[in-house]
Write a protein that binds this ligand. Structure first.
Ligand code: FUL
Length: 697
């Protein structure tokens, strides 16, 4: 008995001596500031787009819209905050001033604001209302202030920078704590500019003198994080797209100087010398502001879940936008969709199977339990499993004790000491054999993997390469319910409608009369022949196994294109522009200088009230048209200009651009590309379509 106690004392002493000698790991590379850490832990927060252009159906206000238009009848910032809170968001960023220059607060420095609007007799302050609502609902509050101001007469001159800073000072002084400030990279171009109605370009690298602006911001709001699109290093970065995802490989680092190519926005820079993590910004609708035509285009639950896994699940935060409707509220459908999204995320991650597992690691720093495998499954983000210095490959095994079904894996690095893991794999012990189920690159603050459900007794995380000893603070394993993805609906040039399932095992049902499809509706067995007129198709996927229905896809198509042809372009590929398939494209041959024209012969006279352009959908494609003229003709010789202008924000959000005009009768249409996003001579198209007066839209 005595000898056992002695042994125990000896063992305890030696463990204590070892522990005393074990030094904690040293930081590796750049590390996050306290502000960046706090912000990263917010994970999910809202954008709100609301401005004068909510009342003109425009993506970007020009700067001359009459403030008298701004008259929301039911505006309630508390509704916005309540929806965001219930949707699990941690804060709200408001477009205090968008490119139009119209201010949602009564700025001392301009009349172009709510002060000149009929709303509340010019006594309202939406920034103040939302700041108060955020406080009430326990949300953080942030502001978007567009540097580009299409209203201000001085835009482009040094005086404007003073104006911009004055406004920034107002926002950062009068509305309590601001967690994030957003500047927007869209800068310079045409605008009203106090009546000058001209084109003003600025040199983005010098005009704004960001370093002095940043200094002012930090002085006024010491706990803030500053957003920028990469050019001027701030606290966080844009990820190079507004479609709702960041690269699977995602380092929270950039180089502190030099230009930031799109690749680096998307993936960060492994050897970067500055901590600049990514923020995924996307809208719950296709566009940022409210457009009635998008009421059937609110992102579906499966789309939102994809966005979740491709943002928060890839070491980024998610900034999801609501477009306020002209009445001043978040539309019901959008609010409900966000609540369904929150419920689905909660359900997916409700039951962490590691709570019923044990964890062991192949290598533990100094054999000290303080750094043991259990620290990765203890639910405490401040503790972690790590290895000895110099060990950059090691495994951790979870033992569930019995066959266990799962399809999600969550893993976090302890980022206060830097982002380290370069590569990792996952293996599952299925029927006595180890099977690899994932081979991935970075982890960072949080990484979530999705894979088909496996049934395994053990799960092994292999860190195969890291910058230094890996620090794994948290692991989660889950079995998330399946969510059916809605089908895709296309109309080919022949007029046939094609419905494509996302999951080949599901059955498809559709309607052509605007009613909601159910399993009692016609079943889709192959292309549906339609006549030449406009048509609305709604389709749904149905799982015979779970008896579940997907969300509904609704597409409205204009006149059929059966007799259409492109005039005078011998290249056969040009037919891609009118084939109804958004994934095919055509570019004007290299060397064709802008302006470049594309003419469609519709085959017969049609009553037209608009046109639609979809740019080449490939990532970072060239030839995205920004400025255009659109003509119609009855004979293909005498042309009449019926629409001209810009495709706003098409670079960051390359969606269908719909332009309407007063109805005309014509057989030929011509889109003339005047300028593109890259300011070179290319013009590219995925699709060009017309809006016929009779067709439903
Ligand atoms: C873009 C802007 O041009 C859009 O209108 C929107 O505000 C988005 C968040 O940023 O660059």
């Amino acid at each position: 008995m005595q000898s056992i106690s002695l042994l125990f004392i000896l063992l305890t002493c030696s463990a204590a001596t070892i522990a005393a000698q074990i030094t904690p790991p040293a930081p590796v590379g750049p590390t996050p500031s306290d502000n960046q850490l706090r912000w990263q832990e917010m994970e999910y927060y809202a954008f709100i787009h609301f401005s004068i252009n909510t009342y003109t159906d425009m993506s970007w206000g020009y700067g001359n819209e009459d403030p008298a238009l701004f008259n929301p009848t039911k505006l309630d910032a508390r509704q916005w905050a309540r929806v965001c809170k219930e949707a699990g968001m941690k804060g709200i960023i408001l477009t205090a001033k968008h490119h139009s220059g119209f201010c949602l607060w009564p700025s001392e420095y301009t009349d172009y604001s709510v002060e000149s609007a009929p709303w509340k007799d010019g006594k309202g302050d939406i920034v103040g209302d939302l700041a108060a609502a955020c406080e009430e609902y326990g949300l953080k509050f942030g502001v978007y202030l567009s540097p580009w101001d299409r209203n201000h007469p001085d835009y482009g001159k040094p005086e404007y920078i003073t104006y911009f800073r004055n406004q920034l000072r107002e926002l950062l002084t009068n509305y309590g704590d601001i967690f994030e400030v957003w500047y927007d990279g869209a800068n310079g171009g045409t605008g009203w500019y106090g009546g000058a109605d001209t084109l003003r370009k600025i040199d983005r690298t010098t005009y704004y003198d960001w370093s002095n602006t940043y200094a002012m911001v930090r002085e006024l709001q010491p706990d803030i994080v500053i957003w920028n699109d990469g050019g001027d290093r701030a606290d966080l970065r844009w990820v190079g797209t507004e479609s709702g995802y960041v690269g699977e490989t995602n380092w929270s680092l950039l180089n502190s100087t030099g230009p930031v190519p799109e690749e680096e926005l998307r993936h960060g820079v492994e050897a970067g010398d500055a901590w600049v993590p990514g923020e995924v910004n996307t809208s719950i609708r296709p566009e940022w502001f409210y457009h009635p035509r998008e009421n059937t285009k609110v992102k579906t639950l499966p789309e939102l879940m994809d966005i979740y896994y491709q943002s928060i699940g890839r070491n980024a935060t998610l900034l999801l936008n609501f477009a306020i409707a002209p009445d001043g509220l978040i539309p019901e459908t959008d609010a409900q969709r966000a609540l369904d999204f929150a419920a689905a995320v909660n359900e997916a991650f409700a039951d962490n199977l590691v709570e019923r597992a044990s964890a062991t690691a192949e290598q533990v720093r100094g054999n000290d339990p303080k750094y043991g495998a259990t620290q990765a499954i203890d639910g405490n983000d401040a503790t972690y499993w790590t290895t000895d210095d110099g060990v950059t490959a090691a495994s951790l095994t979870l033992d569930f004790g019995q066959p266990t079904r799962f399809n999600r894996f969550l893993v976090q690095e302890y980022i206060p000491l830097g982002q380290r893991v370069r590569r990792f794999t996952l293996e599952a012990l299925v029927d006595g054999n180890w099977e690899e189920i994932a081979d991935e690159t970075t982890i960072g603050y949080k990484r979530i993997l999705r894979f088909p459900t496996v049934e395994a007794t053990r799960l092994r995380l292999n860190i195969t390469d890291a910058k230094a000893c890996p620090l794994i603070s948290n692991i989660g394993v889950y079995r998330a319910p399946q969510i059916l993805t809605p089908p895709t609906v296309l109309r080919k040039q022949s007029g046939e409608v094609v419905i494509l399932p996302a999951d080949p095992e599901s059955e498809l049902f559709y309607t052509l009369d605007g009613s909601e499809p159910t399993p009692d509706s016609p079943r889709y067995d192959g292309p549906i022949a339609t006549d030449a007129g406009g048509i609305e198709v709604s389709a749904v996927a149905y799982s015979p196994i779970s008896s579940e229905l997907s969300p509904v896809t609704t597409e409205r198509f204009g006149i059929a294109r059966t007799d259409w042809r492109i005039v005078d372009i011998p290249d056969e590929q040009v037919a891609n522009v009118i084939d109804g398939d958004p994934d095919t494209y055509w570019h004007q041959p290299a060397g064709n200088a802008l302006p470049a024209s594309l003419i469609i012969d519709l085959g017969k006279q049609e009553r037209l009230s608009g046109f639609r352009y979809l740019p080449d959908q490939r990532l970072w494609s060239s030839g995205i048209i920004t400025e255009y003229n659109f003509y119609v003709s009855s004979d293909g010789e005498t042309w009449r200009l019926v629409s001209e202008g810009e495709f706003s924000n098409i670079n960051n959000n390359p969606l269908w651009q719909d332009k309407t005009f007063d109805p005309v009768t014509a057989r030929f249409v011509k889109l003339e590309a005047l300028a593109n996003t890259k300011e070179d001579n290319a013009a590219g198209y995925a699709e060009l379509d017309v809006i016929s007066e009779s067709a439903m839209r």
